[in-house]
Design a binder for this molecule. Structure first.
Ligand SMILES: Cc1cc2nc3c(=O)[nH]c(=O)nc-3n(C[C@H](O)[C@H](O)[C@H](O)COP(=O)(O)OP(=O)(O)OC[C@H]3O[C@@H](n4cnc5c(N)ncnc54)[C@H](O)[C@@H]3O)c2cc1C
Length: 415
């Protein structure tokens, strides 16, 4: 007998979405989180279509009450500091979802985890999952370790890996497949008192280009804080030093818009560095286990798709798990449709990410040649991916840049 219907490893956006929805369906859910919330996390800029998962989770009012910075648009700035017309979501979407948020992830993740708790999920923080328990080929639970070092076993009909970039199951099974073309480095930090654009543009995400398709992100958040980061090739960033603070200061000088916005602010806290973050798992599920959010795949920071895919995969997995528990079939094949749908959404965005990093491509060029595709492009960039035909868009993008081959992995493991 399993103690739980579902054990979820990790209480980030993916884990708390799946946990809240399964608990709401009356399933006995346990979320194990190694940290004590609130804790810092990168990934503050949301995509408009996160709205519909928030709506289903019943947290829209809470998000509004937190007074996060409203994000109405994304804007692009050239290497020489010229800003193109902002990409306003409300020009395409006449719906409250057209306004999204720049969130403080420590607060946002805590709100989401508390929501899962309030829906009936049991949450144990400062509890790290260290291994999986098998019966034959099937995962039947986990070994967890408390902060004090005591370890114990827990059993569930289905285990969900939502451990983010730690990707516990992926690393145990050596399932991680890197995306070699997206092998970038990111360095980021926070500023207080940096310059903000006026009016509607105050909360815009800005993507400001550097040489060799490197770029800065500028994310204005509440409490007068701006998250700013650089994404670029390793050779470019480390050409004369490996000191992240020195690299950051050097690159601020390389974009006039960034210099103008950041130089009146004061940098504080750490300079964080990460690399090799573009990957997908060979499989999205094995018997008794399902992978969601970053524990399954991560693309690239550029279109702020990370939290959106974490929420979406959490939602899709919760529905698939509920159905599998109802039928009594928790084998990998019960998650075939989940894997297909998720991989197809990721592939659409992946093609645009590849295009973004090609020197010969620009969204301006694409739309000048194919004005009729502006709406479809916007659908993709806001996360409106369900039941849409992206073939014409991909064909047009493919006329300007070489599209990546679809990756053959990410589906449920076969028996
Ligand atoms: C440089 C960079 C910039 C980014 N910017 C953006 C952005 O602007 N917008 C955006 O949408 N996305 C962004 N992302 C991506 C975003 O951060 C992630 O996609 C998102 O946080 C994924 O959510 P998750 O729930 O899958 O994982 P996480 O948010 O990482 O949550 C996983 C949780 O699991 C816990 N955990 C890990 N291992 C264990 C274990 N063994 N036992 C128990 N608990 C465990 C962790 O403590 C953590 O709380 C960015 C990513 C990078 C690298």
């Amino acid at each position: 007998m399993s103690e739980y219907d579902t054990i979820i490893i990790g209480g980030g956006p993916a884990g708390s979405t799946a946990g809240a929805l399964l608990a709401e369906k009356g399933r006995k859910v346990l979320i194990l989180e190694k940290e004590k919330f609130p804790r810092y996390h990168v990934g503050e800029s949301l995509m408009p279509f996160c709205y519909f998962t928030f709506e289903r989770l019943g947290i829209l009012d809470m998000l509004n009450e937190r007074a996060y910075t409203n994000k109405h648009s994304v804007q692009f700035v050239t290497k020489d500091g010229k800003m193109s017309a902002p990409f306003y979501f409300f020009q395409h979407l006449d719906h409250p979802a057209a306004t999204t948020w720049q969130v403080k992830r420590s607060e946002f993740d805590e709100l989401m985890l508390d929501n899962a708790r309030s829906k009936g999920a049991e949450v144990r923080e400062e509890t790290q999952v260290i291994d999986f328990i098998y019966e034959g080929e099937r995962v039947v639970g986990v070994t967890a370790k408390t902060k004090g070092g005591e370890s114990y076993e827990l059993r569930a009909s289905v285990t969900v890996d939502a451990s983010g970039r730690d990707a516990l199951f992926q690393s145990k099974r050596r399932w991680r497949k890197r995306d070699p073309m997206l092998n970038k480095i990111a360095i980021w930090t926070l500023f207080k008192g940096a310059k903000r654009d006026p009016g509607l543009d105050e909360g815009a995400t800005t993507v400001a280009y550097l040489d060799n398709r490197g770029w800065f992100w500028n994310i204005p958040m509440k409490d007068d804080i701006v998250s700013s980061g650089i994404v670029a090739e390793r050779d470019y960033l480390y050409k004369d030093t490996r000191d992240p603070a020195a690299i950051f200061k050097r690159e601020i000088e390389n974009n006039v818009w960034i210099k103008d916005h950041l130089s009146c602010g004061e940098q504080f806290g750490e300079y964080w560095v990460t690399g090799e973050y573009s990957y997908r798992s060979e499989h999205c599920a094995a018997d008794g286990v399902v992978l969601i959010g970053d524990a399954f795949a991560f693309l690239d920071p550029v279109f702020s798709s990370g939290v959106f895919l974490a929420l979406k995969s959490g939602e899709m997995a919760a529905d698939a798990i509920d159905a599998s528990l109802a039928s009594g079939d928790v084998s990998a094949s019960a998650f075939n449709a989940y894997g297909e749908e998720l991989c197809s959404a990721i592939e659409t965005m992946r093609s645009l990410v590849y295009a973004f990093y090609d020197n010969d491509f620009s969204f301006g060029k694409l739309i000048r040649k194919n004005g009729d595709l502006r709406g479809t492009l916007t659908d993709c960039l806001i996360g409106d991916l369900a039941d849409k035909d992206f073939e014409p868009l991909m064909k047009a993008v493919g006329e300007i840049t070489k599209l990546p081959e679809r990756l053959p992995y990410g589906r449920a493991a076969s028996a």
